[in-house]
Design a binder for this molecule. Sequence first.
Ligand SMILES: [Zn+2]
Ligand SMILES: [Zn+2]
Length: 407
Amino acid sequence: MKSYINTDNTQISEHFNVQEFKCKCGNTHDILIDTSLIDKLEKLRAALNCSKIIVTSGYRCTKHDAFVSTGNGQHTKGTAADIVCYGQDGKPISSKLVCCKAQDLGFTGIANITSDYDRTHVDVRSSGKWYGNEVCGNGNVTSDFYNYYGIIRNDSRKILVKGIDVSYAQGNINWSHVKTDGVKFALIRAGYGKELSQKDGQFENNYAGCKSNGVPCGAYWYSYAKSAEEARQEAKTCLQVIGGKTFEYPIYFDLEEPSQFELGKKICSDMVQAFCDEIEKAGYYSGLYCSTSYLDSHISDSIKNRYAIWVAQYNDKCTYTGDYGIWQHGAAGHPEYDFTNTGSIPGVDGQCDLNYGYIDYPDIIKKYGLNGFSKPDSKSDIEEPKSEKSTLEQILDHVASIDNKLS
Ligand SMILES: [Zn+2]
Ligand SMILES: [Zn+2]
């Protein structure tokens, strides 16, 4: 808990300023703000991919709280905020979704406030838990917002397609067998490091196999960079390898070397930005492959929200709370990591990583003429994606981000 004088305009975190939490009573008393409230608000902002969060009410003195509420609520302790979360389209995000995400992030007091479902109360009370919906009266307390509002959890989002990722390690792959097994996409290792000689030994074979069997593919580059400049060099080498080809899926920066994470969050984030920026400038949709734990600890929110995320977590559920397009959930041929009892992928000898795809990348990439594809001539060629709303919303978010990237 911190106390600030009334005129203090300290930037307390990347996106929040003391003044936003000032009491609305008009007097010049101090402002109380709990630091864990700010920490959670930043996480909520990232998890919902907000363009902004407006705090409509933060700290309240007891007098003002008595005027608008009970006079001794969480707002008087500096542990609460009433907020409106805005999406990348500039419109308020439904309070129903905000409540669900706030629940995931461990806010202990959460409630929808308005009948328009655009304003949400969140707090970090230290004792007990309160989930409410003030529209239905304060007695209407829920134990799980996902159930209450009928919202599908992020980790059980509708899987669009199943895919695999491969490298020289799988040797010669029989892509026609892979195709008939129902594998809908493949992410192929293009190479590693800075040198052209480090092109993956099976890249050309795998690419040709995907193309001749109609398996949509993307590529990834295994990084050994130790600085943004080295990551940029890796991107240039990657571009030499992938040039002249077409990819229906993004081109990913593969960040997983322990010696890279030792460099800290700033350098890791800078390296991702440098690589992805270089790839984007050449007209490709770029992204990051990284594990949930390192995405949480070593990549800044702005980078996570900016590029396509391919999250790795060998588990029966993905706990990454940010947005992601692909989840690498396990490995066939590896008893410990084969959570779906896949056993093996026909056409691939031995172990093979398994992925779920949640976003229709081929549609987006072709529509916008990225990754070696040429842009369709007229707008009439663009069809509305025929997906359920949550998926459509994700696609539109990504389309909007591509527009920003290319403008
Ligand atoms: Zn006041
Ligand atoms: Zn409130």
